[in-house]
Write a protein of this length. Sequence first.
Length: 329
Amino acid sequence: MVRRAVAVGVGVLILILLVLGVRGCLNARKERSFENYVSDLSSIAAETQNLSQQFFKRLQEPGGLSALEFEAEVKADRGAMEGLLDRAENLDAPDELSEAQDLVVLSYELRRDALATISELIPIALGDRGAEKAIQGIADEMRTLLASDVLYGKAQEQIEEELTAQEIAYDAESEPISTQFLPSEPNWLDVDEVSGALGGTSSASDEEAAPGLHGLGLVEGGVLLQPAGAALADGVPVTAAADGAELEVQIENQGDNDESDVIVSYELQGGSNGEETIDEIAAGEIATVNLPIEGAESGAAQELTVTVEPVPGEEIEENNTLTTEVTWE
């Protein structure tokens, strides 16, 4: 009986040790999962802060960058944020941090979307037509960045609370997970601040033109008012349907050089306007763009102006603009 009792006691002791060992392994594995998550998130946060400093320093101090150089660098920042979002989405978060992880991903999606929109608006903001609206759009995207910071702050708070609850040591100084993409100063939500910053970038019109003849023009008889297909001529009134009205505009490169980022626009009396950008037109080539018309009022006669913006070095601009009166049916 004594031997049996001893054997049972030893068996119970071994069982207890096994349970404690397994529990210890599980706890250690769980602790490592938290530590690895924090370490990976800290690395992403550090790169995010570097990207923020780089992006906003460029806005404040463009350093005489040309419009094309500035656009290229903003697009590179957009690509970098895409990479950070991808890394955030692939973080291996412990189950206890799933809600916080969702907030982290959402905050980076907002940052990615904001930089994507800003990169698309920059060329317009640096141009002559539509610049005011584009600058307002950039200021609006700054609010998106602010929202991303708020969401990330909530995620950080939840992560730190869970680390405390799990009794996992966390050194915020050696592995900071905090990140604020939108700087507190200056006030980037202010349109004037954005406009002033972009004013330091040299526009395309200030760039030195390549040697040779430069010139664009609206093709005669090549500006059509759809869906009827009425050809527009300068100063010649026309009648057209307001429903589904759209301009089909042919532009000819009449110079010796290929031209890039050519802006074609329309303006309708009453405030409606629109524009499209042609990436490149080779010398002697004719390109076509379509501009849906907004604000056409049935029964009204409105002045319509179609323009292809002059390129650097262009000296003759008489055939860059067409103005006529359209009576809408």
